[in-house]
Ligand binder design. Structure first.
Ligand SMILES: C[S@@+](CC[C@H](N)C(=O)[O-])C[C@H]1O[C@@H](n2cnc3c(N)ncnc32)[C@H](O)[C@@H]1O
Length: 280
């Protein structure tokens, strides 16, 4: 018999928002209560709970064990290769010479993808690095990538994708980057995975960005749109600490930190807006 779950109240929504913002930075505004409700409902069914308040109370006692279930339900993991391609072009075609003048670590270009989902963004950086190897000379590109959703990280490690992740690629480029062991399975070829490392990390946790000043460029795209104001400010502080002076921050095209931080200046790179870390 299907179990009736009472609709989420405004008070319950506020309680969940308080946990989600504190733990992951996420916030569901008033108009998105229905979305939050429908994302959490399957978990309430699994646990045989009838009220959102009961799930909230469970989280109060067992957040440690429940964290991964919760994250899986409330995050949007949409991503694909070469998403907002102009930003990758801007990094490698326009910003690269300046970045190579004073890298965070001599002989290396260190890039971070924060909120990497199933890996399409960091692997796109690795593809660009490979295609720009003559420009890079002896500089080694290291791409670090993290996400709070461990299921997504497992997919990223596997490097195997469905056609929807490749939606911007024509058949010729698809064949160049991917092996195809079956009709709808695309496995990224080994050379395009070089230098990419995945780990669990949380954008609102400063410990996920250590050590200080160690990245030349940081991508955090299509994540901050889901953040509360408080979490957004925590994230910006973490980005400022993680980037070396002159390092560049790339956000999604509907995200902006203009006027929100003294640590960054707005930078026009060809057709893109990015943010440059000010000298300390
Ligand atoms: C919409 S995807 C964006 C992926 C990729 N950056 C892109 O633009 O294609 C958002 C990702 O951010 C992750 N995320 C959300 N909050 C996070 C947090 N506090 N720390 C790390 N990752 C987070 C989600 O798990 C999800 O995989």
């Amino acid at each position: 018999m299907s179990q009736e779950i009472a609709p989420m109240t405004r008070e319950e929504q506020a309680l969940f928002n308080e946990v989600l913002s504190r733990e992951f930075g996420l916030h569901f505004p008033d108009g998105k209560r229905q979305i939050l409700q429908s994302r959490l409902e399957p978990r309430l069914r699994d646990l045989r709970l009838r009220r959102f308040l009961d799930y909230y109370l469970k989280l109060q006692c067992e957040l440690g064990e429940e964290r991964d279930h919760l994250v899986r339900r409330v995050t949007n993991n949409e991503t694909y290769f070469f998403r907002e391609k102009a930003q990758f072009d801007a990094l490698f075609d326009v910003a690269l010479p300046g970045l190579l003048e004073a890298p965070a670590h001599p002989g290396k270009l260190r890039l971070l993808s924060a909120g990497c989902s199933s890996g399409e963004e960091p692997y796109t950086l690795a593809i660009y690095a490979r295609q720009n190897r003559f420009r890079l000379g002896t500089t080694e590109v290291q791409v670090e990538a993290f996400d709070i959703d461990t299921d997504r990280l497992a997919l990223a490690e596997a490097g195997e994708y469905q056609p929807r992740s490749l939606r911007t690629l024509d058949p010729e480029r698809t064949g160049y980057f991917f092996r195809r062991p079956a009709e709808d399975r695309f496995v990224l070829k080994e050379p395009f995975r070089e230098g990419v490392r995945f780990r669990r990390g949380n954008i609102v946790d400063p410990a996920s960005f250590n050590p200080q000043g160690s990245y030349d460029a940081l991508f955090c795209r299509n994540v901050l749109i889901y953040f509360s104001d408080v979490a957004l400010h925590r994230a910006i502080e973490n980005f400022a600490r993680a980037l070396r002076p002159g390092g560049i921050l790339f956000l999604g095209h509907s995200e902006s930190i203009i006027g929100l931080s003294p640590h960054f200046e707005t930078l026009r790179l060809d057709r893109c807006i990015a943010y440059r870390r000010n000298p300390r």
